[in-house]
Design a protein around this ligand. Structure first.
Ligand SMILES: Nc1ncnc2c1ncn2[C@@H]1O[C@H](COP(=O)(O)OP(=O)(O)OP(=O)(O)O)[C@@H](O)[C@H]1O
Length: 601
């Protein structure tokens, strides 16, 4: 699998970097430049910490100084009050940072976007004042004449640089393991589209809490080490705005969402700002802040995602223009490959349009209503979906179709009523849990994870129904083959045409091995020939026994796809029955096409 290959290649790069850093530490004799090497590693680690939460999951944090400062004070106070060795208290600072991460994440993950970023800003500010009130304006690490090495006090500054290098290697390995695993995929999926990620079975809150715990842990640990390097800890130096900003800026400058970004950012910006500070600090105090400010403006203008991505995109563009994948025959025309197991067990036989309507009830919707303030978007809707059936939900714009879907898969909680899936009430379950029970869903507006490959997009859905990574990949590839995208697995999703994006979404929903598939306007925006292809794919899925509920405006396609129609109008069930009967129903014609059409009918 290419993620494993990526990990292998990254470890080779890491070995090279470690060798260069180690050589620099050994060769540089000047104490000042030794300190600079240590600081590059410290801020690279801090950038990696920021990246693990904010770079991967997109939850921008302006508050990483909180974890860093708590780590620094853990080590400083441990040394002052209990004579504890930093060899013990630095790992403890990591645990303090992780615990703080969870405590901060629990309330703050309720907020989204700018609100999250601003709320994060409050934590280090509050801690800064708390530590000042507690009288810790300046805590100095006591000098230890006996056993100085036990307290990380070395005559040779190179030892501290080496320890910093080792901590950096550990942080890079941790970050790489996240980046190339199900964990990283979940975070990237959250970043690109949190709703789609939930709908694909990812427990977004759980993954975000894990990310902030690890991120806080790394920041706490490096904060603890920073106390040893600086010797004196003050609230502004560890909880101050510049600390959070530096973490963010080195990551942003080097490249967000990749472990190499913070390393590149720190390697450029820290020596630059430190040198300027040393040379011009007397004349221009605060020159570091200016360097970081200019860096951030430059990056926003020239390479908004950071240097790493800019260079990677340029190299890829130079390599070759992206070639479209070889055209595959229309999926419905091909025999099903031997290695593709039909997704659900079931007995649907032959074409859609009759089978599966009399089987066991798979889904029962009982009196579901959904109100938005005074607006009754869905009104006491009840219907059943037999196993293996294809049910079409139709109705004019604003009739409540999507809201009804949202109530079925947990995006919205009905104001009243029950949704029974195989006899179990789903009301109150989050979308990820509904997905894992066997309900897959696609969206009215395609929600691809654009930076991921087609295979990775589908893998995100496959994790919901697979115990291990190998099974997830097999299920993802099967799903891609089923929809006819087997040859496009390695293409970047952002480059797909509309129909391919729809097919990929379908594959993502299928890869979780659902028993019931909810398709929300899967044919929207497609041309006639594309609609035809898509209809063939859906019919073929239906023939495997999969139960399908589909919302669609394109009546012609729906008549050919559905066994039964459910017609909604102003949120209420207007009619239900076989397509040929429903389409002749005067009430339906009036609701759908207006009075004029009913008179003509
Ligand atoms: N989150 C919300 N808050 C307030 N009103 C909403 C919300 N979601 C939907 N509505 C309203 O509920 C009604 C039903 O909307 P819904 O999107 O479910 O209809 P629809 O049948 O899917 O329409 P379309 O075919 O245009 O997608 C509309 O009047 C819509 O404006």
């Amino acid at each position: 699998m290419n993620r494993r290959k990526t990990l292998g290649r990254s470890l080779v790069v890491l070995a090279l970097l470690a060798a260069v850093y180690g050589a620099a530490v050994v060769l540089v004799s000047d104490q000042y430049y030794q300190l600079m090497l240590t600081l590059v590693a410290v801020w690279a680690i801090m950038g990696i910490s920021w990246n693990v939460l904010s770079g991967y999951s997109g939850l921008v944090s302006f508050g990483h100084a909180a974890f860093f400062g708590l780590g620094a004070y853990t080590v400083a106070l441990g040394s002052v009050h209990f004579s504890l060795s930093p060899w013990l208290t630095i790992p403890a600072a990591g645990l303090v940072g992780a615990a703080a991460g969870i405590l901060v994440g629990l309330p703050t993950f309720r907020l989204r976007g700018h609100y999250f970023a601003l709320a994060m800003l409050a934590y280090p500010l509050a801690l800064l004042y708390v530590f000042e009130w507690l009288g810790y304006q300046e805590v100095a690490m006591p000098m230890r004449r006996e056993a100085p090495a036990l307290y990380m006090q070395f005559a040779d500054a190179r030892v501290l640089s080496m320890i910093a290098g080792l901590l950096l290697v550990a942080a890079i390995v941790a970050s790489l393991l996240i980046e190339t695993s199900r964990f990283g995929m979940a975070l990237i999926a959250i970043k690109q589209n949190e709703l789609a990620a939930e709908g694909a079975g990812i427990e977004t809150r759980k993954w975000k809490l894990r990310a902030i715990a690890i991120s806080g842990g790394i920041a706490g640990m490096v904060g603890g080490f920073y106390a040893v390097v600086l010797i004196v800890v003050t609230p502004p130096s560890v909880f101050g705005m510049l600390t959070s900003a530096q973490a963010l800026i080195v990551a942003l400058f080097g490249g967000i969402g990749t472990v190499w970004g913070p390393v590149i950012g720190a390697a450029f910006l820290i020596p630059l700002s430190e040198t300027l500070h040393a040379e011009l600090g007397n004349v221009l105090p605060g020159i570091q802040g200016v360097v970081f400010g200019v860096a951030i403006v430059g990056v926003i203008l020239l390479a908004p995602e950071g240097i790493f991505w800019r260079i990677r995109d340029m190299l890829q563009a130079r390599k070759a223009p992206v070639e479209p994948a070889p055209a595959e025959p229309a999926p419905a025309d091909r025999p099903m490959p031997d290695n593709v197991v039909p997704i659900p067990a079931g007995g649907r036989d032959g074409a859609s349009g009759g089978a599966g309507t009399g089987g066991r009830v798979m889904l029962e919707v009982r009196g579901v209503s959904k109100n938005f303030g005074g607006l009754r978007a869905v009104r006491e809707v009840s219907f059943t979906v037999p196993e293996g059936a294809v049910i079409g939900i139709i109705g004019p714009n604003g009739a409540g179709k999507t809201t009804l879907f949202n109530c079925l898969n947990g995006f919205q909680i009905p104001s009243a009523g029950e949704v029974l899936f195989e006899g179990q009430n789903l009301v109150g379950l989050p979308p990820s849990a509904v997905c894992r029970k066997g309900i897959g869903r696609t969206f009215q507006v395609a929600r691809p994870f654009t930076r991921l490959s087609v295979l990775e997009n589908v893998l995100v859905g496959a994790y919901a129904g697979a115990a291990d990574d190998a099974t997830a990949e097999r299920n993802a590839r099967e799903a891609l083959t089923l929809v006819g995208l087997g040859g496009s697995a390695d293409r970047i999703a952002g480059g797909l045409a509309n129909k391919e994006q729809r097919l990929m979404e379908l594959a993502r929903a299928l890869a979780g091995k659902p028993k019931l598939l909810l398709l929300d306007e899967t044919l929207a925006g497609l041309g006639a020939a594309e609609v035809e292809d898509m209809v063939n794919v859906i019919r073929r899925l239906s023939r495997t026994g999969l139960t399908i509920v589909i919302i669609e405006h394109t009546m012609q396609a729906m008549v050919r796809l559905a066994d039964r129609f459910i017609v909604l109008d102003h949120g209420a069930l207007l009619a239900e029955g076989r397509p040929q009967d429903v389409t002749r129903d005067p009430a339906v014609i009036e609701a759908y096409l207006g009075k004029r059409w009913r008179e003509r009918a």
